[in-house]
Design a protein around this ligand. Structure first.
Ligand code: TRP
Length: 335
C-alpha cells in the first residue's frame, strides 16, 4: 500500500473551501492508503504567531480534522513539532537544496512580498522542511492544492540530488495528488475570488464551526445575479456567483454542476438558497458539534496526538537515522 503524507497549517478553523478542497479528500484517501496527517506548526512559525493563538489553533485544527473523519487509529494524526525527525532531516535538506532552486519558488515571493529583507530565514527554507516532512516517511503520494505543486517538484529535486550525491537510491520519487479545480470554492461576496480565511469579511466564507443561523444568514446574503438558475452548465459562463453556489451544492451531494441544474434549473435564487442552506446545515452541523466535543475533552485529544506522534516517530526515526549515517554522521549510540 502506498504511503500518503499531507500537512495543513494551524491557521484557524477551516472554511468550507478547505473542507471540500482538501480535508474531505484526505478522508477519502484513507480507504486505500496508509496515511499520515500532520498539523504543521513548524511551518506556521515561518511567519509570526502569537504563542497562545498557535497552541489554540493547533488543537482546533486537530479537532476539526478528527470531526471531519480523519481516522487516528487506522491512520496517523499528529503535530509536526512533536516528531523531531522533521527538523533533523530538514537541516540535511537545507544543505542539499541549492539557493538557486529556492529563489525560483513563487510562494516565497508572494509571501515575502515587498519587505523581503524582513522575511524570516525559515520562510525561505520552508520548502526544504516540507520535503523533509514527506521524505522522513518515504511517502510517495501527497495530496495538495495546485499552489503546492512547485514545492513538490523541489522535494523531488532534493531527493534526486541526495541520492546522487551519496550514491544511493534512498529517497523515492513522490507523486502529487492534485485536488481538482471542481472542488474550488469561491467567496460568497465575489465569485471570482477564492474563499479564504484571510478575507476581511466573515460573510465571504462558511467556517466549519458556523452554527445553523450563521450559515443561513451568510447564504441568504451571498451575492447572486437577478436571473433564475440556467438549465445547463453553459448558462453558468459569465455568472461566477451562480456557478459557485451550484458548485458547492454539487460538491456536497457528490454530483456535478449539470446534475444540480437538472434538478434546480429555472429556480430563482430564493428557493435554491434555501435548499443549499438545508444541505450545508445537514453536512456541517455534525462536524461543528464533534469539534466542540473534542475541544472540551482535551485529555482525549492530547492522547490521540501523543499516540500519533509516537507512531509517526517510529516510522520516521529509522529513516532519518539512515539518512544521517549516509551523510557521514557518527552515531556513538549505535555500533
Ligand atoms: N505547505 C503546505 C500548505 O501550505 C502544508 C504542508 C507542509 C504540506 N508540509 C507538507 C503539504 C507536506 C503536503 C506535504 O498547504
Amino acid at each position: 500500500m502506498q504511503r500518503v503524507f499531507s500537512g495543513i497549517q494551524p491557521s484557524g478553523i477551516p472554511t468550507l473551501g478547505n473542507y471540500l478542497g482538501a480535508i474531505r479528500n484526505w478522508v477519502r484517501l484513507q480507504d486505500d492508503h496508509a496515511c499520515l496527517w500532520c498539523v504543521v506548526d513548524l511551518h506556521a512559525i515561518t511567519a509570526w504567531q502569537d504563542p497562545a493563538a498557535l497552541r489554540r489553533q493547533s488543537l482546533e485544527m486537530a479537532a476539526v480534522l478528527l470531526a471531519c473523519g480523519v481516522d487516528p487509529v487506522r491512520h496517523i494524526l499528529f503535530l509536526q513539532s512533536g516528531v523531531r525527525a522533521h527538523a533533523q532531516l530538514a537541516w540535511i535538506f537545507n544543505c542539499v537544496a541549492r539557493l538557486g532552486w529556492l529563489n525560483r519558488m513563487t510562494q516565497f515571493k508572494d509571501k515575502a512580498g515587498k519587505d523581503r529583507e524582513n522575511a524570516s530565514s525559515g520562510l525561505y527554507v520552508y520548502p526544504n522542511l516540507m520535503a523533509a516532512d514527506i521524505h522522513a516517511y518515504h511517502a510517495t503520494r501527497v495530496p495538495v492544492g495546485d499552489d503546492q505543486r512547485q514545492h513538490l517538484e523541489l522535494a523531488n529535486d532534493i531527493a534526486q540530488k541526495f541520492n546522487h550525491d551519496y550514491g544511493v537510491d534512498f529517497f523515492p520519487n513522490i507523486e502529487p495528488v492534485i485536488v481538482g479545480p471542481a472542488a474550488r470554492v469561491m467567496s460568497l461576496r465575489d465569485g471570482t475570488k477564492k474563499m479564504s480565511k484571510s478575507d476581511p469579511s466573515d460573510q465571504s466564507r462558511i467556517n466549519l464551526n458556523d452554527d445553523a443561523d450563521t450559515i443561513a444568514l451568510k447564504i441568504r446574503r451571498a451575492k447572486t445575479d437577478p436571473l433564475p438558475l440556467p438549465s445547463g452548465v453553459e448558462g453558468l459562463n459569465e455568472r461566477p456567483e451562480a456557478r459557485n453556489l451550484v458548485g458547492i451544492y454539487a460538491a456536497l451531494t457528490d454530483t456535478d454542476h449539470a446534475s444540480v441544474l437538472k434538478m434546480h434549473g429555472g429556480e430563482g435564487f430564493g428557493p435554491f438558497k434555501s435548499a443549499l442552506t438545508a444541505l450545508l446545515i445537514d453536512k456541517l452541523a455534525p462536524i461543528a458539534a464533534e469539534t466542540d466535543r473534542l475541544l472540551n475533552d482535551p485529555a482525549t485529544l492530547m492522547a490521540i496526538l501523543r499516540s500519533g506522534a509516537e507512531r509517526a516517530a517510529a516510522i520516521a526515526d529509522p529513516i532519518v537515522q539512515e539518512a544521517e549515517r549516509l551523510v557521514g554522521f557518527v552515531n556513538p549510540g549505535r555500533c
